[in-house]
Design a protein. Structure first.
Length: 434
């Protein structure tokens, strides 16, 4: 975006999520992840491997304090004064969390409901104080043995992470997803299914509403399953993407010669996999070929292999590793109503030091290439290298209460100097479940 004639950049800070959503949620100690449960962008079929520990009703609450050295993700030496009105680059963020979840199996049906609220307070830049929330429900339904499917919805409200847009006011993202699927088993191991889902994003600030979108997707496929241990889906998926507001700036905030309609159609052939080699190890992922065609700007069409894998590996009772590798264009943060070709590797090793103390590391490496940006024909394609390194400690104060400490450094290097930054983050939180 442009503010008072000054170019402002956006960056990619979220990667596409893999079907094994429970692993991603469990691996995080941040309140933000508890308040914004994962939404699987690769379809609506019931793919998850669920834990057998199912509390019918659970309450949870928490409090977190995080100190950022570079809150607004600004390049070195750049003051936030011209845009944000103050000279301090750092700030302390206080988050509170309160939520409830319901999970119950009734005969062949399984019902899950959850709702959480996340008030956010900033000590220095209080103009960005806000209240986020997440609410949703999921029904795994079955009629006899041959018929099965899902029905669900997810609604979230959260502020756009700093660094996506450099704007001098708050932007609240409201997301909604509705989905349904149905299938029939021909044999205990073979089934066919169809699915339909819709997803919307609405931004509160008029200056970034070109990123509002409406996605409608349909899919059909075959499933091969061997009990709860492994599942393979072969899927054909089609998506219609519509952007109600036309794009007027590129990813660097430069004004385009004319407004662009970014409506697109996308087709993908996917293979999804869920495997549980042992009780302590799980693997989920997908691989396929994706083709996206823009209705009005065909020079930005995309076609190529997309995929990812998410692994939980526990070779011993004390050590475990979470690993995720993904290459896709389906990030939740769609920039300038376009796409970013993203490759990301995330590693999270952990060691159970004592019965109550767990130590873990964080390592993330990514490459974001703005191949879908409409300005690339006139200038070099923006390419960002994303890195995050950190270490954390979790202490189980009681069976349902944990204290978490983490130190992390986030960094982005780019061939566009105005979007480079580094941010050191120290955080502490306490989480309780009842």
């Amino acid at each position: 975006m442009r503010i008072a004639g000054k170019p402002v950049a956006r960056c990619l800070v979220a990667a596409a999520l893999l079907p094994l959503a429970p692993l991603a949620a469990h691996a995080q100690a941040s309140l933000t992840y508890f308040a914004r449960p994962s939404i699987n962008p690769y379809g609506v079929a019931p793919l998850e491997i669920y834990s057998q520990d199912r509390d019918v009703l659970q309450l949870y609450t928490g409090l977190e304090v995080a100190r950022h050295s570079n809150l607004f993700a600004l390049p070195d030496g750049v003051s936030p004064q011209p845009v944000f009105g103050k000279s301090s680059r750092s700030d302390t963020i206080v988050r509170a969390l309160a939520g409830v979840s319901f999970d119950r199996q009734v005969s062949l049906q399984r019902f899950r409901l959850d709702a959480s609220v996340l008030p956010v307070k900033m000590l220095e830049y209080s103009r960005f104080d806000h209240v986020g929330y997440s609410a949703g429900g999921h029904w795994d339904w079955a009629i006899g043995r041959p018929y099965f499917g899902t029905l669900g919805a997810r609604f979230t409200r959260a502020q756009t992470p700093f660094g996506n847009y450099y704007i001098n006011r708050e932007n609240i993202e409201r997301r909604a997803k509705l989905y349904a699927s149905g299938g029939i088993r021909f044999t205990p191991d073979l089934a066919a299914f169809v699915g339909l889902d819709t997803e919307t994003l609405d931004n509160s600030f008029s200056g970034v509403r070109s990123s509002d979108y409406r996605l409608v997707s349909a899919e059909t496929g075959l499933r091969f399953a061997r009990g709860d241990a492994s599942t393979i889906d072969l899927v054909l998926r089609h998506t219609d993407g519509d952007y109600p507001n036309r794009q007027v700036t590129d990813s660097q905030g430069n004004l385009l010669p004319g407004a662009i309609d970014n409506a697109f159609k996308q087709n993908a052939v996917l293979a999804r996999l869920q495997v549980r080699p042992s009780n302590d190890s799980r693997m989920g992922g997908h691989i396929g070929y994706t083709r996206r065609s823009f209705d009005r700007v065909s020079q930005r069409d995309f076609s190529g292999v997309t995929g990812g894998v998410n692994i939980e590996w526990r070779p011993t009772g004390l050590f475990r590793m979470y690993a995720e590798l993904v290459r896709d264009i389906q990030s939740e943060e769609l920039l300038t109503a376009s796409y970013v070709d993203l490759t990301m590797l995330r590693l999270r090793p952990g060691y159970q030091f004592t019965g109550k103390i767990h130590i873990y590391g964080v390592a993330e490496f990514g490459r974001a290439s703005y191949e879908g940006d409409p300005s690339v024909t006139a200038s070099a394609t923006r390419k960002d290298d994303l890195r995050a390194l950190g270490i954390g400690l979790s202490y189980e104060y009681a069976r349902n209460i944990s204290v978490n400490l983490e130190a992390r450094r986030n960094q982005r290097d780019s061939n566009i100097g105005s979007v480079e930054y580094s941010d050191n983050v120290l955080s502490a939180n306490i989480l309780a479940r009842f």
